[in-house]
Design a binder for this molecule. Structure first.
Ligand SMILES: Nc1ncnc2c1ncn2[C@@H]1O[C@H](COP(=O)(O)OP(=O)(O)OP(=O)(O)O)[C@@H](O)[C@H]1O
Ligand SMILES: [Mg+2]
Length: 334
């Protein structure tokens, strides 16, 4: 079974071909970062137009790289995401599915982030998944593919959003995650004691207060721009606070729900300190922690195709383009 996965939920036009037995055959990602950088965030209308311009060539490149014309199904990101960009991917997927006469599978983007790991490692269930991305911070208990319970999510900023906003305060550019990750390596995480928003009694997260603590720290300096070393220290201290919170709550959830497996996913899963701390503390707690390779943490079509392979093996496809409610992202919050 060979699936083409199309991902257009935000600012990456992406397509990939995954084979059920041979694994990842191709993975093409066209980033729109250069378009949005000057606005320090995604402009939805610009994103939709750029997806329209790129989608055909990205899909062709993915099929060519896969070295085979045979496709047994077309998968696309159904949501969550930006409406215009999502529609571009959906129409492309529907068109291909009709022309080729193969099934169409709508995939939840967040389920995709969990299954990105499976392109290189085995996922074992039950597991607790931490999805940390530009728009989400979700802690999910999963008993198998398609079986999810969202334990908690962010009440305000997503983890990636907090990285992006703090980077903006420090004039480090967009996206903020990768640059804070890099600058933090030369900084001292104990230089500033930022709060850890553990929020006892709930599995939810909240990073707005931590973000404001960074703002107050900068304001206390009377508008003086931090020197390079101070910037590195603030990056390291902020990153440590956010990573500490994410790791602590994930490990507590694994303990509480008596699971032995933890999976990480989403763009922030590329963060080196998060990967290091979760792996180390996972071992200390007798857990098997798995995470995608860095290149598959941010949005890509491969993770969408991977979820579709599971769906197809359970024979839950989108006949005649009508959504099966059980497989749409609406079921995610249940
Ligand atoms: N090394 C890193 N450290 C921290 N954050 C990172 C790193 N690399 C990327 N990010 C963050 O990941 C986010 C992008 O992730 P992703 O592409 O999964 O988000 P999205 O698809 O826009 O959101 P969602 O998946 O919630 O719809 C950005 O906020 C970016 O700053
Ligand atoms: Mg994403």
């Amino acid at each position: 079974m060979r699936v083409l996965g199309i991902e257009t939920s935000c600012d990456e036009t992406a397509a990939a071909v995954v084979d059920g037995s041979r694994g990842l055959l191709s993975n093409v990602v066209s980033s729109q970062l250069h378009l949005h950088r000057k606005f320090s965030g995604i402009v939805p209308e610009l994103a939709s137009r750029a997806h329209l311009q790129k989608i055909a060539s990205v899909i062709s490149a993915a099929c060519e790289e896969a070295g085979s014309k045979r496709l047994d199904a077309i998968a696309y990101t159904q949501g969550p995401g930006l409406m215009g960009p999502l529609l571009v991917g959906k129409v492309a997927a529907q068109t291909l599915s009709r022309i080729l006469g193969v099934p169409l599978v709508g995939v939840n983007h967040l389920e995709g982030h969990i299954f990105a790991t499976e392109l290189t490692e085995e996922l074992r269930f039950p597991l607790v998944a931490l999805i940390v991305s530009g728009g989400h911070t979700d802690l999910v208990l999963s008993r198998g593919p398609g079986r999810y319970r969202v334990l908690g999510r962010t009440r305000d900023d997503a983890a990636g959003e907090a990285f992006d906003k703090v980077a903006r305060m420090l004039a480090l550019g967009y996206p903020g995650g990768p640059v804070i990750d890099r600058r933090a390596r030369s900084g001292d995480p104990r230089a500033v004691d930022f709060p850890r928003p553990f929020m006892p009694g709930t599995w939810d997260f909240s990073f707005a207060g931590l973000k404001t603590a960074v703002l107050y720290h900068l304001q206390r300096r009377g508008g003086r721009k931090p020197e390079a070393q101070e910037t590195d220290d603030i990056c390291a201290a902020f990153q440590e606070a956010i990573v500490d919170t994410l790791v602590e709550k994930t490990l507590r959830a694994a303990r509480e729900f008596k699971v032995k497996h933890v999976a990480l996913g989403g763009g922030v899963a590329a963060n080196s300190r998060l990967r290091e701390m979760l792996a180390a503390r996972g071992i200390d707690n007798g857990l098997r922690v798995v995470m995608p390779p860095r290149g598959l943490c941010t949005d890509n079509g491969a993770m969408i195709a991977q979820v579709a392979l599971h769906r197809l093996s359970r024979r839950r496809v989108d006949k005649n383009f009508r959504s099966d409610p059980a497989m749409t992202f609406h079921s995610w919050g249940a």
